[in-house]
Write a protein that binds this ligand. Structure first.
Ligand code: SF4
Length: 459
């Protein structure tokens, strides 16, 4: 029992987090920056932070994650990192030739109080930023928020730096996806294309962190939103932000800056939230829902009705990022499952916690929800009263193993399985995949636990 020190008895804790259900802000900012074509993320802090952020992303995506660092040593830690950042900007543009450098801060540079716009202005005045190239930034102090906050901050920075009014209105809809998989971003774009909707997605890590192996190293992969597209977002017909925590701030900033009306929706996970996404896209773009989308929806409804009996009443424990949990919980409730324990490590606020509670109130009136909480408490709840299924990232596997409960991996990070980068859980097709994964886990357990007498060929 690797987690044998987890006690069943729960004691009130205020200042201590054990086994946190989140990672740090710069990881989200770095991930978002990779969703801009030709962009090199830059970590303004020490090399240790930067190595951790890159390795966490690399372990999850199994792709080399390119980034740079200000490489703080003792001097920068005491006197500030201006000299390091100006030198870094000069080196990066000369050696790696990106279109954009996206700077995010770390705990150390935030504690020092480095003023990034002032430093970038100095670099510009010193002639370190070539014409037509850009340095953008966001602040990501990791003692507040989580990787989701960092993603949100960098997505908003894209609006702050690039979106502009050009006197025209285009038909394009801006799609802001929150901290989700490259495969999810690709699926959102695919649905928009099938609907006949012109769209600009930002950030867009599809074909960046799930790209092909070609035998040739490419510092800047094919994918990612371009700077020209980012500028055009200010002329869009509307914006759909998917996930309040990951995408809401960027959508509202675009509305405030360029008067592009926005809708902030749940992530399109499961039947109902995909319905809402499709309907919002239809209304905003003034198109009809094509038969191809109706077919996908019908297939999902058919699969749900075929397998509902194996899902009905199953107790599920969910741990992960807030936007994912809200949509997942809604899907589970629609399947007549019971999301009884829900924990996110991200401080998502009271309004979010209330929305989550409301979502599960009928299906699981006694559900235990902690926002923000940790996986130690999550484990304690499971010890007190077990569940049939856990849905969470790779760290949840220790709990699943100790308590002998099936685990469906979902969220960030997943470091011990493949598939998340390539197979989306968004839209009707993604919901089918989620359904398949949950059924695999539950029915494999049923087969394993069956006696010779009740072991069935046909389920
Ligand atoms: S929490 Fe702060 S110090 Fe730790 S890796 Fe993240 S940015 Fe660096």
């Amino acid at each position: 029992m690797l987690l044998r020190h987890t006690t069943t008895e729960i004691k009130e804790r205020k200042a201590l987090t054990v086994n946190p259900a989140k990672t740090c802000q710069p990881i989200g900012a770095m991930y978002a920056a990779l969703g801009v074509h030709g962009c090199l993320p830059h970590s303004h802090g020490s090399q240790g932070c930067y190595a951790y952020h890159r390795s966490t992303l690399t372990r999850h995506y199994k792709e080399p994650v390119m980034a740079a660092t200000s490489a703080f040593t003792e001097g920068a830690s005491v006197f500030g990192g201006q000299a390091n950042l100006v030198q870094a900007i000069d080196n990066i543009f000369k050696v790696y030739e990106p279109e954009v450098i996206a700077v995010h801060t770390t705990c150390l540079s935030e504690t020092i109080g480095d003023d990034i716009p002032q430093i970038v202005n100095k670099a510009n005045a010193d002639g370190k930023i070539p014409t037509g190239k850009y340095v953008i930034h966001c602040n990501t102090p990791s003692y507040v928020g989580s990787h989701v906050t960092g993603f949100s901050n960098m997505a908003k920075a894209m609006v702050d730096y690039f979106a502009e009014k050009n006197g025209h209105k285009s038909k394009a809809i801006n799609l802001i996806p929150g901290f989700v998989e490259p495969a999810d971003m690709a699926e959102i774009k695919r649905m928009a294309t099938v609907m006949g909707v012109e769209s600009i997605m930002f950030p867009d890590t599809s074909n960046v962190l799930n790209g092909p192996l070609t035998g040739k190293f490419k510092m800047y992969p094919e994918g990612g939103v371009t700077v020209d597209q980012l500028k055009l977002t200010g002329a869009g017909a509307g914006t759909i932000a998917l996930g309040e925590l990951g995408a809401g701030a960027a959508a509202r900033a675009l509305d405030a800056k360029c008067k592009v009306p926005c809708k902030v929706l749940n992530l399109p996970i499961g039947l109902h939230d995909t319905d809402i996404f499709i309907d919002t896209l239809r209304r905003m773009a003034g198109v009809n829902v094509p038969d191809a989308i109706t077919l996908e929806r019908g297939q999902l409804v058919d699969a749900i009705s075929d397998y509902h009996q194996y899902l009905y009443g199953k107790r599920v424990a969910l741990v992960g990022d807030p936007d994912q949990l809200l949509a997942l919980a809604r899907f589970l409730v629609a399947l007549d499952m019971k999301p009884v324990y829900i924990v996110t490590g991200s401080p998502a606020g009271k309004k979010y916690a209330a929305a989550l509670k409301e979502t599960v109130s009928e299906a699981a009136p006694d559900a235990k929800i902690k926002v923000p909480g940790d996986m130690f408490l999550f484990h304690q709840w499971i010890k007190q009263e077990p569940v049939d299924l856990i849905i969470g990232n790779t760290y949840a596997k220790y709990i699943a193993r100790d308590e002998d409960i099936p685990l469906v991996r979902h969220g960030f990070p997943i470091m011990d399985r493949m598939g998340h980068s390539y197979f989306s859980t968004f839209g009707y097709r993604g919901a089918l995949r989620l359904l398949e994964k949950m059924l695999e886990a539950l029915l494999d357990r049923k087969d394993r636990d069956s006696t010779d007498i009740d072991f069935e060929l046909v389920l």
